[in-house]
Design a protein around this ligand. Structure first.
Ligand code: FES
Length: 103
């Protein structure tokens, strides 16, 4: 499974090896600061908001319509925004870098 680098709201770099599940669940399992996953991954809290590194945006893909609805409520939403619970980690995402928006 992939290695994922999370850049926390404080600017610290957290590298998670063999990340499993989603960007949110892997972050919660590894106590990555700024990703709470309050709704458990059902796309209804946005506490897993990340900005995908520009080099990875095409591979990760755009937000779904359900995500867009949540992200519209977020002040820091950008073209790079995804909800971490909606990004399933696959071997193809090995090396992925995301910035945690946090609250
Ligand atoms: S964990 Fe709630 S929207 Fe992702």
């Amino acid at each position: 499974m992939p290695q994922v680098t999370y850049i926390t709201p404080a600017g610290e770099t957290r590298v998670v090896e063999n990340a499993e599940g989603t960007l949110m669940s892997a972050a919660v399992a590894n106590q990555v600061e700024g990703i709470d996953g309050d709704c458990g991954g059902v796309c209804s809290c946005a506490t897993c908001h990340v900005h995908v590194d520009p080099a990875w945006q095409e591979k990760v893909g755009p937000a779904t319509a359900a995500e867009e609805g949540m992200l519209e409520l977020e002040d820091e939403a950008t073209e790079a925004s995804r909800l971490g619970c909606q990004v399933t980690l696959t071997p193809e995402l090995d090396g992925l870098v995301v910035r945690v928006v946090g609250r």
